[in-house]
Design a protein around this ligand. Structure first.
Ligand code: AMP
Length: 408
């Protein structure tokens, strides 16, 4: 195990601890928001279950710890201890903030917000909009309040980038009164990633994002598309919940709402069973039994019919959204792929944009085949539309937004 020397400890001043608390997991990263230097990061999994595992990396050295972790408070206590053992004393470090990823900001939060008692209550009030996500986010906030009470905490909302979607894009054609009463509208998610990637794409192209019409395709285990006009999000594929839109690892994406009635009335499924089926048992996994895209690609090239269908359904839905956003934007300057699948799966990028030369979109197969962790252009020099791959970095974006708010 290698620790930080005193210089390292000094470099921590102004760093941000980014916390992403899920229902049984906790992802964290200690990062300098100005230089993007990552001092430590890690993931605690199976919190509250029988065999929790914490993978902690500091200064490039990884430790895997298995010990009882009853809840998120215990998990954060272990993280604070592991950091200290790596020479990173979070309490003495002079951190500028702890930045929390909070999934749902409802109609209340449009920007990163310093967490006060009032803000915490408001996040709790809107938790019914995201019953799977906001409650663990709150538990993470409470745990940090207890363990690092002197450090300001900032909530960075996954919905914020989409807060001013045009009303025609944000509104469901549902009884207006019912919708208003229950907060039913399209909020969008993965906003931190779409915002970061669209700005990086503009930087890469050397043009102000205010001048660009962009489509961003965040293709990870969760997946979403966005249409961005001059820096403003004008549409996105996720809706009131992260279920809508693209085919995902285990989520359905778009599905006829009537299917739920059928599965309930005829199939006898409860709401909780449907929730599980739609969120955890569908998507690529539901179609072929695997949600890891690498396995789907491997099985497909081995001639597996279920994996092949899953792949084609995935690409079909992706093309559907690309087409919709091309029209909504009235043409596009850049299409950018990001996240695990978008950054790594060349066949998906090629198939998503195949045959679109008439729209000024042409991928260069050699550029597309290059494997790299850097932002890159994969379209031909003649392609009117720049097609890019830009690695996302939600943690850095959260850290920058959190530091920006506390620095004022
Ligand atoms: P994320 O949610 O962004 O971490 O993305 C996770 C998804 O990216 C999983 O489905 C992975 O299988 C997929 N992925 C990661 N690396 C590759 C790769 N080299 N080729 C294809 N898919 C990949």
């Amino acid at each position: 195990m290698s620790g930080a020397d005193p210089v390292d400890q000094q470099r921590l001043a102004g760093a941000v601890l980014v916390v992403n608390a899920g229902s049984s997991s906790l992802k964290y990263q200690l990062v300098d928001p100005d230089t993007a230097e990552v001092f430590a990061d890690g993931l605690a999994e199976r919190i509250g279950e029988s065999a929790p595992v914490i993978t902690h990396t500091a200064f490039g050295v990884e430790r895997v710890v298995t010990e009882p972790v009853a809840d998120h408070l215990a998990a954060i206590a272990v993280v604070v201890r592991l950091m200290r053992e790596s020479g990173l004393d979070l309490r003495a470090a002079g951190l500028s903030a702890v930045g929390h990823r909070v999934v749902h900001g409802g109609r209340s939060f449009h920007a990163p917000t310093v967490i006060t008692e009032k803000v915490r209550s408001e996040i709790e009030r809107i938790a019914p909009l995201a019953p799977l996500h906001n409650p663990p986010n709150l538990i993470g906030i409470d745990a940090v309040t207890e363990l690092l009470p002197e450090v300001p905490q900032v909530a960075v909302f996954d919905t914020a980038f989409f807060h001013d979607l045009p009303d025609a894009a944000a509104t469901y054609a549902l009884d207006a009164q019912v919708a208003a009463e229950h907060g039913v509208r399209r909020y969008g998610f993965h906003g931190t990633s779409h915002q970061y990637v669209s700005r990086r794409a503009a930087e890469f192209l050397g043009r102000p994002d205010g001048q660009l019409r962009q489509i961003v395709l965040h293709l990870g285990n969760g997946a979403s598309a966005s249409a961005i006009d001059g820096g403003r999000a004008v549409d996105t594929s996720m809706g009131m919940t992260p279920l809508e839109g693209l085919v995902m690892g285990t989520r359905t994406g778009d599905i006829d709402p009537g299917i739920a009635f059928q599965l309930h009335r005829v199939g006898g499924m409860s709401v909780d069973q449907l929730d599980r089926l739609y969120n955890k048992g569908s998507g690529l996994y539901g179609l072929c039994g695997d949600n890891d895209f690498r396995t789907v690609l491997q099985r497909r090239s081995d001639g597996d019919a279920a994996a092949d269908l899953a792949y084609r359904v995935y690409v079909h839905r992706l093309r559907h959204y690309i087409g919709a956003y091309l029209v909504e934007l009235g043409g596009v300057d850049a299409i950018t792929f990001t996240a695990g699948v978008g950054e790594n799966a060349a066949p998906v990028r090629a198939d998503a944009l195949a045959g679109m030369e008439a729209f000024g979109i042409a991928i260069d197969p050699d550029r597309n085949a290059v494997r790299s962790k850097e932002s890159r252009r994969i379209s031909t020099d003649d392609s009117a539309v720049a097609v890019l791959v830009v690695p996302t970095n939600e943690e850095l974006e959260i850290a920058r937004q959190a530091a920006g708010v506390v620095r004022g």
